[in-house]
Design a protein around this ligand. Sequence first.
Ligand code: SF4
Length: 354
Amino acid sequence: MRTGLYIHIPFCLSKCPYCDFYSVRYSRTRAEGYAAAVIRNIRHYGEKYDTVYFGGGTPILLYEHIGDILRAADIAENSETTVEANPCAVTPEIAARLAEAGVNRVSLGVQSMNAGELSFLGRRHTPAQVRAAFASLKAAGIENISADMMIGLPGQSETDISGTALTLAELGARHISAYILKIEENTPFARQDIALPDDDRTADLYLYTARELERLGFAQYEISNFALTGYECRHNLKYWRCGEYLGIGAAAHSYYKGKRFRVPPDIGAFTAAGAQDTVVTDEDPGGWEEFAMLKLRLTEGITFDEAARFGKTEELRKNAAGLPRNLVSITERGVNLTLEGFPVSNAVIGRIIY
Ligand code: SF4
């Protein structure tokens, strides 16, 4: 298997009040210098890839540069090439540009098809713009469209969730990521008095969302990710299966040549440097704990053969057997969390690993 290429584009038009990702306000000049630095780094590593993922930030803001960036990389035929996009940024012209550049998957930051929820989340787009974005992408030949949706909003009902899920399915989404809203420190939401649903209610909304998406044909394959058959995100699967990927850009993370490292969150330094600065992190990518923690996020779980590589087969079997059957499933093949185990995954995975 080739390496995955992650390109971090830390520019946004404005800051959403719940977001704690590293990003700065977009400017055309800064973006040009940044794209040139991305290309320099791609040449510097000279690696071969079979998945590419432009994440952010708002990567679609650099749509004019995506073709040049992809041409600089050695990308296998039939690769998966994803760009994250805000729905209001996707015009028919930009969608055509992306398709021409070789992009074959777009991940839309929809969050909701409910105007009130979008306004609460401070998003710049409307439900009508989401519909237009789907139409533009499909007209350009990009059928592999993923959409993010947000659950656990104050006062959100099951009806609100099913409305968004059903509309996304009808619009032709092939993949849906459902994330639970969290109030992160140092965000505008953290300074407001926002009453999120309590843990039990959030877990109920999560279970409802998962069942509703399954009913619509989206099979769950990871805690937050659901896909029609064959549309699981190949790039993100590399993360959870401990495959290698190289991250390029300010604040990008990598697991490359057996090491985990990150690039400091400094656009100026990244743009000025000939090759990006990297800081090796202290995680142990070859270790059982990290492997098990990532694999148990997937519905496929861990096989006993995989555990045997770490000498952990018996420990895995014994620890899992000590947990309630509604949270963990033990088969001949291995161990996986059940749907009801996912909302309490931190506690359950901790009990399995330690
Ligand atoms: S949620 Fe996305 S668009 Fe909003 S500020 Fe964060 S990275 Fe930018």
